[in-house]
Design a protein around this ligand. Sequence first.
Ligand SMILES: *Cc1c(COP(=O)(O)O)cnc(C)c1O
Length: 460
Amino acid sequence: MEEKKIPYKTYLDESEIPTKWYNVRADMKNKPAPLLNPGTLQPMTAEELYPVFCEELVAQELNNTDAYIDIPEEIQTFYKMYRPSPLIRAYFLEKALDTPAKIYYKFEGNNTSGSHKLNSAIAQAYYAKKQGLKGVTTETGAGQWGTALSMACSYFGLDCKVYMVKVSYEQKPFRREVMRTYGASVTPSPSTSTAVGRKILEDHPGTTGSLGCAISEAVEVATTTEGYRYVLGSVLNQVLLHQSVIGLESKAALDKLGVKPDIIIGCAGGGSNLGGLIAPFMGQKLRGEADYRIIAVEPASCPSFTRGKFAYDFCDTGMVCPLAKMYTLGSGFIPSANHAGGLRYHGMSSTLSQLYHDGLMEATSVEQTSVFEAAEQFARVEGILPAPESSHAIRVAIDEALKCKETGEEKTILFGLTGTGYFDMVAYEKFNDGVMSDYIPTDEDLQKGFDGLPKFPGNV
Ligand SMILES: *Cc1c(COP(=O)(O)O)cnc(C)c1O
């Protein structure tokens, strides 16, 4: 009966939007391994990172000690444009599944970029502006990050050059136009406009591209253009830090309702939304204050956690970036072209990789047709058309709720609904037409990626 009181949607008050980000690394006993200089194999110093990244972001990247970092006033103000985001009780889905489980989701799709990526884009654009830069370069896969960054750059009057994975550039012309509407320039990657792009095209003629390729191109342009730096929308510690706003809001809303989740589920591409969603919960777990089951969900076609190696690897295909220790499929790994959109990155956040390695979270992989089945079921009952990436989390949330139906357990499930899928209708069309296929790489496919891992003592 108590139950009836939980509202469909819980919004925090505007004044309750977090004013500090939470840095989970401060509470980790085993810190994520440092970025290494690929030439010397020594940890990258701040000075070595300055040619690539904005200075304040470098400080955040290397900060393993401060648990809370102030959100600058200007960023707090921008957050008010679209935050707080709602925490939604999935009553309709629970009913459709006939499950005793209680399902909640944090919806981050309620802004024009359509995903959580704006939370970090606005922070990165702010620090670039503060440093007096002219502009930034970046890569985008499915297009959400490029869109979010375009919005953030236009807000601060910065130029924005986006390298977009070619397959998405072709499949998602409307995404591209949103970015151009916000003033960004968009180049399909790999392109002939950079040395590294030309090299990749020579080695892999006809390639549909990958995030790893696009990163190499964007970094090259940033480091060779005066007044520009490179920004990245996932994977990095700083991005997980900015995304902690998702978890902090979720936890504050759940605390208000007097609800404690048993299971927390998120999709994992490079790990930023999941890292952000779980941050305060993981903090409690690390400090021994509470326990949660935390599940990362990745596509079976790009299974970094579940089939990757925990090793130092390049963050990009062109091998121009520092080495990061992470669960990786190898920087040369390019997911099958039949895989729809996001979650295509070969590696994983080094923070999440360390937490996974230490047994503090689980990971599972799912096939794309089952992901779209979950997406469709969700859309039909909850009303929101989910992004394919987000639907990986929906799949596992549904599966866990169905397990509760079998056992009669009333578990509380929280998952991250990272975005909307309006620009993913080519993939939905394939699913609706029954021509969507699943591709699971063979061990031999994966071995090719592993063969390219950097070889040095203690690595592979
Ligand atoms: C980018 C993106 C993801 C995956 O990126 P993470 O860094 O792993 O969060 C998931 N969902 C949506 C909607 C995205 O745009």
